[in-house]
Design a protein. Sequence first.
Length: 145
Amino acid sequence: MHVTFLPVYNPDAAEIDDPVLFSTNVRRLIAAELSVPASDHTFDDVLLLMEAKKLGYQGGLRDCISELKNMRKILEIDLAKAKEYLHEFSLLDKSRKGLLTYPQFIQAFGSQDSDALRSLFCVLDVQDRGVINLVEYTTGLALVS
């Protein structure tokens, strides 16, 4: 085993005031020394990715789960709720493409087509593609819960 000791990293004034900035800069320094990319993924993100893989997703949700991390903070969704939404999403997304059409979306609500659901779908379909991804689906469920 090879061990490399890096110089002591002394935080500047901004890093003293912001521990997250300090830890981010230290992580980047270590990653650069190892010649590997730094990642902002948390352990919960990894667990959610592993759950997605168990459900048959082969990486198609990776970007969504990264984006979901930020949405979980905003929507105050914990890991258990995120897993629950992922499982619900996977039941509707039989093709495992990571996208839901409007008919699949209304199944999630156990409801019939309505102006309210169609409007919600249109709001969530931010790219106006006629489909929504896991983040958009989760946002919709969290907003109506």
